[in-house]
Design a binder for this molecule. Sequence first.
Ligand code: RUQ
Ligand code: CUA
Length: 670
Amino acid sequence: MKLNKVYTPGLVAFVLIISMYSCKPKNAGSAVSGDAASKTYVAPGKYDEFYNFVSGGFSGQLAVYGLPSGRLLRVIPVFSVDPEKGYGYSEETKPMLNTSHGPVPWDDLHHVEMSQTNGEIDGRWVFVNGNNTPRVARIDLTTFRTAEILELPNSAGNHSSPFITENTEYVIAGTRFSVPPDDKNGDVPINSYRKNFKGTISFISVDKNTGSMDIAFQLQTPGINFDLSHAGKGKSHGWFFFSCYNTEQANTLLEVNASKRDKDFVMAVNWKMAEQLIKDGKGRKQAVKYASNHYDEKTHTATSVIKNEVQVLDVKDFPGLVYFIPCPKSPHGCDVDPTGEYIVGSGKLAALIPVFSFDKIQKAIADKAFEGEYSGIPVIKYEAALHGEVKKPGLGPLHTEFDERGNAYTSMFVSSEVVKWRLSDLKVLDRVPTYYSVGHLMIPGGDTKKPNGKYLVAYNKITKDRFLPTGPELSQSAQLYDISGDKMQLLLDYPTIGEPHYAQAVLADVIRDKSVKFFKIEENNNQYVSKGEGATKVTRDGKRVDVYLTMIRSHLTPDNIEGIKIGDEVYFHATNLEQDWDVPHGFAIKAANTAELLVMPGETTTLKWVPDEVGIFPMYCTDFCSALHQEMSGYVRVSPAGSSVPLTFSTGTNMPKDDSTFSNKITSGK
Ligand code: RUQ
Ligand code: CUA
């Protein structure tokens, strides 16, 4: 950035303010060295080495990038409606966004966890969290579509979520906001937090074959804020670790009141014990309401069921289930290294990074090396659990990922850098700037037993001067680093969709060949399918009209419909008859109060339309599917409510019989 030579007081103040919010690294211009371009160049026609799944934050979506190119491959709507794909707009997908509060078409998606087998990413599903109206979703990686959304009762602010065990036994979800449990009267003074508010950790079971989720049980904890989490692995398999803040139990001005204590906690949960307690019938049955929504690829239809019971274990009633470990200053990330021995707590306000040892935690428990209790839960002595501290790592540590060479990489939000350090002796080995204010980091497999330490991606909250300006809001970004050598090397900047939080990546080979190419029309069990043009029809039942419509290059069947009347509710059930890869057809009709449908080959999708005016309404295919795509269209005639125009429908037969009435024939010049 070139600074004006004339220093006005205003400019000085401006520069000062900017530098307070983030420290700009000094060598911004020279950060990229010569061979970076060739390392990220993926030649035309070649594939990327990795799939990268990146949370979209407040966009409610999940973005799929290729690495190392940084090319955006797809945006998957999860907790959002998406007019591009018709998700949340088609009748079939609307139930996906249902909750116990009715339809909630948005959420705040922060964390991404891919399913694992033996501690390695297996490429079957991606789990993501909805923060606001607590939900966890599962995306199926054969279709790259949202297959399931499960609501979480007794919860608010589902931030510490979803984190997964090494064989996908459980996906867990911890509350950021403690609140009164759903079965208690919640009409209490806010400042009765310490008495009435509780935290909840949900253990979500995952069916090994189908991926289907349900709430296995919940832990009720003292009312504090859970920020993040990770499962133990290897030797610590069977345990979960959560970063906790607001152990002050403040209910107002948290930036001050929840930053008072020198140390908050990492909470260690023995989930194998919890599982056993549930098996032994120790769970308390609690009446609740939560939605369980599934998308079925045989019917191409979602269903939403409201469930009404969970089993709860109150952690203070079961000694040995839960321990607190003091952790400096409002820890954010809580990350477990590939061996399962080291647990890294990143205190947002701490000037060091504490690294805990699983072996030492076990010994401390055996020796009862406790410094006291918090809400009836033993607090292990800090020193007894500590492997050591990373000294002077930088400012504002947030998140840590690992490579397979015994190194850890921590994001420093305030000092805008990635810091590489060694797990064994906690020595800082290298640091590189990020542009700017880095949040999460990602190394492919970097939170599993099998990291692939070739690349690291930093997800930045602020881009300031990195890209062309785009009005008041500037893009957020990802930055790709080569971490294969001793020194980290910045390779690439690219903008992201929404605000990226956590992300994961896996070698493309793990997923690529499982991709569904099209749906078999003979297996389509949608109740409104038309398996061929001969099966198309228009039926009326009172004011409800069902249009069974097919699409194939390059016409709609039927494409002329008459006899629709004001007051009707019309449902277009569009079946795409194509049986080939990448031939979706779209469907739209003038003045429909909804989005288009984008119908995949072999799929049936329904658009609801309530005509409000007499007239002719064109409908057409929205996806450029062939040279005659512009011809792929039709008309619907809408008549007044009492009209006697009969219900008719056809394709190709409704031209005027007598061509002599056609006055616009092009005649030759003579
Ligand atoms: S967060 S930038 Cu919502 Cu994972 Cu740390
Ligand atoms: Cu079908 Cu364009």
